[in-house]
Design a protein around this ligand. Structure first.
Ligand SMILES: Cc1cc2nc3c(=O)[nH]c(=O)nc-3n(C[C@H](O)[C@H](O)[C@H](O)COP(=O)(O)OP(=O)(O)OC[C@H]3O[C@@H](n4cnc5c(N)ncnc54)[C@H](O)[C@@H]3O)c2cc1C
Length: 434
């Protein structure tokens, strides 16, 4: 358990009495989205209390023992827009040393002629984004939140009830401290960032539209004998889409040294039921990967621990109910094929924090249901576009029909040759256009 929890619980009792005057935001769920949203609010001078079901590890600025193992499994491609948001709140300097730039993106299909390439020089951008290990991202976000006086973190806290009044919202939760007991917290607004199976969403009776892709993402870290040179490679194989992304080396900053950088993140989507063959035997995994990928990344030498994530699209039927907002995976869980899920959540969080900040400056209620409805409307177009884009990539590139296969290869060639399409798509993928 995080060391500060008991202290935070007594701080929480004080907050309970002053909540309505302090315009307190309650955040349920302290994953990457919940922590980032709390930090965005703090940047605007808005206090929040964040409840997390699990125990946070103990982290301190001078001790990085609670970071990922060298060959840990999960990584996130952060778009340029997400990087800009972290820059805006002063977090990027800390994150950057663990992030690896993407300078070029190559897209191809196994056994087909179509291929396309995006280069940062052609698109006149600094990079297409950055890849970061989730364990590092989580550690840095947690450290920043712990050090922020406007954020009260309570871990081991499981949401059990939500009750809305005309001018506030009351959240009940079980606290698994030395003794389990129930606590209540009152605030102006509740933001649920409690993941795909969101308890808050269920408590509010919000339905979801769900689609099972019948696919599982195998995620891991590999080493190649050739340096990655900051290339991201997306390859569509008959087994499923396969992304190989550059990662930092633990000893050096992968952004500065072109010769260092042999570690790469692999996300390989396979039909559900076939995942065991990718998880169990490293040698078999490396050989299968090599066969699907060819030698464009060099030879795959070492594989780290791999994780398996069954893929389902879950969309909340609405994202605002009275004084409650559904955010992050709780609002929209997407297929990871285009690396868009977290980046979309960050744009949502950024807009809501800005709208709440403007409301505070006017001396108005930050949980005003009309404001929250305006937020939901403001985010509709970007969310719809990303959801459609992800699905188009999944279905377009996994369809076995030869006519569809030919069409997608022609599309890849056209994408590579036509002058105006690349910058447009690149901007969408970087999260710079909505
Ligand atoms: C294989 C894979 C690869 C991906 N790669 C990328 C990528 O490259 N780029 C990208 O943009 N996105 C990517 N994504 C998507 C990204 O991982 C998600 O969008 C992101 O993790 C969502 O974070 P979240 O905080 O909303 O949810 P979660 O990470 O699920 O966090 C929810 C939190 O709420 C807590 N919680 C749950 N219930 C309760 C409760 N009752 N009370 C209190 N707390 C509770 C949980 O313990 C958890 O900490 C990928 C996804 C997958 C599966």
């Amino acid at each position: 358990m995080m060391q500060t929890t008991e202290a935070n619980l007594s701080k929480l009792n004080n907050i309970k009495h002053s909540a309505m005057t302090e315009q307190q935001v309650i955040i349920a769920g302290g994953g990457h989205v919940g922590l980032s949203f709390a930090l965005l609010l703090a940047h605007h001078g808005i206090a929040s209390t964040l409840l997390e079901k699990n125990s946070y590890p103990t982290v301190s600025p001078n001790d990085d023992s609670n970071r990922s193992h060298y060959l840990d499994s999960r990584n996130t491609a952060l778009s340029r827009r997400t990087v800009q948001i972290y820059q805006e709140i002063g977090l990027w300097d800390e994150l950057q040393s663990h992030a690896c730039r993407i300078d070029a993106v190559q897209i191809s299909e196994q056994g087909s002629f179509g291929r396309a390439q995006l280069n940062k020089a052609d698109e006149k951008v600094e990079s297409f984004g950055q890849v970061m290990e989730n364990a590092w991202l989580g550690r840095e976000l947690l450290l920043a939140a712990q050090q922020e006086p406007l954020i009260t973190l309570i871990d081991n806290a499981d949401v059990i009830a939500v009750d809305q009044q005309s001018d506030s919202v009351t959240l009940s939760f079980s606290y698994y401290g030395e003794e389990e007991h129930e606590q209540q917290l009152q605030g102006s607004v509740l933001v649920a960032c409690d993941g795909r199976d969101s308890t808050v969403r269920q408590l509010l009776g919000i339905d979801t539209t769900t689609y099972d892709y019948k696919q599982t993402a195998i995620v891991g870290v590999v080493e190649t004998d050739k340096p990655h040179k900051h290339n991201a490679i997306e390859r569509f194989s008959p087994a499923g889409p396969l992304a190989v992304l550059p990662l930092t080396d633990p000893e050096g900053d992968g952004n500065d040294d072109y010769q260092a950088g042999y570690r790469r993140s692999v996300v390989w989507v396979c039909p559900t039921g076939e995942e065991s063959k990718y998880l169990e035997d490293d040698e078999h995994f490396l050989a299968t990967l090599q066969q699907a990928f060819g030698e464009r990344a060099g030879m795959f030498k070492t594989a780290g621990r791999r994780g398996a994530y069954p893929l389902t699209r879950v969309l909340a039927d609405k994202q605002v109910d009275g004084r409650c907002v559904i955010m992050g995976n709780a609002a929209h869980t997407l297929h990871p094929v285009a690396g868009q899920g977290f980046n979309l959540c960050m744009r949502d969080a950024h807009v809501l924090a800005q709208m709440m900040s403007a409301q505070v400056l006017k001396g108005a209620d930050i949980g005003d249901p009309t404001l929250l409805k305006r937020y939901e409307k403001a985010r509709h177009t970007d969310q719809k576009r990303v959801i459609r884009f992800c699905d188009a990539v999944v279905h377009g590139f996994t369809h076995p029909n030869p006519a569809v296969k030919l069409a997608r290869n022609v599309a890849l060639v056209a994408f590579d040759k036509l002058p105006n399409i690349k910058p447009l798509i690149a901007n969408y993928a970087m999260g710079l256009k909505s």
